[in-house]
Design a protein around this ligand. Structure first.
Ligand SMILES: *Cc1c(COP(=O)(O)O)cnc(C)c1O
Length: 395
């Protein structure tokens, strides 16, 4: 048995697809320490630098003092404590949605919600680049699955047309992300909303990487475009720019009540620790404040600064729709080599490979945070400029 795994692991190594864990010995922040060495961190989704912020720490500590650590039971039994209720009401108000429900993670929100929305006789249509949690949720639902090429409205339209023709009684759910996690680009949301309305489909929008970054007070892409009321199911995470842990769904009161009754990852899992709910509430209050808006503006100044420093004419650097800038490399080993070279220069930038992205679509994924200094961005930009020149020469 163990030999079997050894061989399988060896095969992964031979393909440059082997992955291992990296121990971080410090709090999250613009700099972290790994294997005894300080590195500037360009790999985190803590876009606003809230993960170790004193406001969140204090909120969590106060909640631990009052409510202890564990929630003790699932939400429907006796695990719903005041911090959970407060978080859900603050979240709904901030997102201007009728109601909100929180899960232990964004992953749990996705795999719990999709099977509650669709079942065997229904159709779920996903963008090709949707996050694994959305794909897993769609599979668990048992619905017929259709995939459209990334942001391809024409193909989506023909899938919708097919679904309406072949499954006239089916519920049809379109699933996409507002900002794509490994590419940093955005969905054409206005057009998607027009299409789903025309075909009387439902839209589930995952705002994991837009929350805190895009839209007024970081309310996401739907808010930026004034489309919040048109999105049937808004999914997001408390784990990225909100700096905590957990996932959520915002939508109608009846949707949320249905999920309380049917979402298995909500029902059959212990409630998240109350201190995390309290910290997430503090993060939302911060985002909604003037100080929060100023922090978000700082993030955008840093994003623009880094993008300007990257070799402009070179297409492998995407145009940032958010705090994610991919450096498209292609070859897995070359991506690992570049990540290693950057680490030698003092930067933590992950090489993203299959199965997170397609084989042969390896990349470095640069993520910017408001907590980076201008000087840190400048030195990363310079290091990448040098490496990009060297790799061009090597090709
Ligand atoms: C990270 C992510 C999730 C999962 O959220 P977690 O809170 O980390 O479980 C879901 N969807 C997308 C697009 C993500 O990037």
């Amino acid at each position: 048995m163990s030999d079997l795994f050894r061989e399988q692991l060896q095969a992964l190594r031979a393909q440059s697809l082997h992955r291992k864990l990296r121990e971080i010995g410090t709090a999250q922040g613009p700099e972290v320490q790994i294997v005894g060495r300080q590195l500037v961190n360009f790999s985190s989704n803590d876009y606003l630098g809230l993960a170790a912020d004193p406001i969140l720490r204090q909120a969590a500590i106060a909640a631990i003092e009052e409510f202890g650590v564990g929630a003790g039971a699932s939400r429907l039994i006796s695990g719903t404590q005041s911090p959970h209720v407060t978080l859900e009401s603050v979240l709904a108000k901030w997102k201007r949605a009728p109601a909100a429900i929180c899960f232990s993670s964004g992953y749990a929100a996705a795999v719990g919600t999709l099977p509650a929305l669709a079942s065997k006789q229904d159709v779920v249509i996903l963008d090709k680049l949707c996050h694994a949690s959305l794909i897993d949720g769609a599979r668990l639902s048992g619905a017929t699955i259709r995939i459209f090429p990334h942001n391809h409205l024409g193909k989506l339209e023909s899938h919708l047309d097919w679904a309406r023709r072949e499954h006239p009684q089916a519920r049809v759910v379109v699933v996409t992300e507002s900002v794509f996690s490994m590419d940093g680009d955005r969905a054409p949301l206005r057009e998607l909303v027009d299409l789903k309305k025309r075909f009387q489909a439902h839209l589930l929008l995952d705002e994991a990487h837009a929350i805190g970054v895009v839209g007024p007070h970081g309310r996401g892409l739907a808010a930026e475009l004034g489309l919040e009321a048109q999105i049937d199911v808004q999914l997001g995470t408390l784990s990225k720019s909100l700096g905590v842990s957990g996932g959520y769904i915002c939508g109608s009161r009846s949707l949320v009540d249905w999920l309380i009754n049917r979402a298995r990852s909500f029902i059959f899992s212990t409630a998240p620790p109350p201190a995390l709910a309290a910290a997430a509430t503090a993060a939302i209050h911060f985002l909604a404040s003037e100080e929060g808006e100023a922090r978000r503006q700082t993030l955008w100044r840093r994003i623009v600064q880094l993008r300007r420093m990257l070799p402009a004419a070179r297409e492998e650097f995407g145009k940032p729709g958010a705090a994610i800038i991919p450096w498209m490399v292609g070859d897995e080993q070359r991506a690992l080599d570049l990540a290693h070279a950057l680490q030698k220069e003092g930067f933590l930038v992950p090489a993203i490979r299959y199965p997170t992205v397609a084989k042969g679509a390896a990349r470095l994924r640069l993520t910017v945070s408001a907590s980076h200094s201008e000087a840190q961005i400048t030195s990363l930009g310079e290091a990448i400029g040098r490496l990009a020149e060297q790799t061009k020469a090597a090709l």
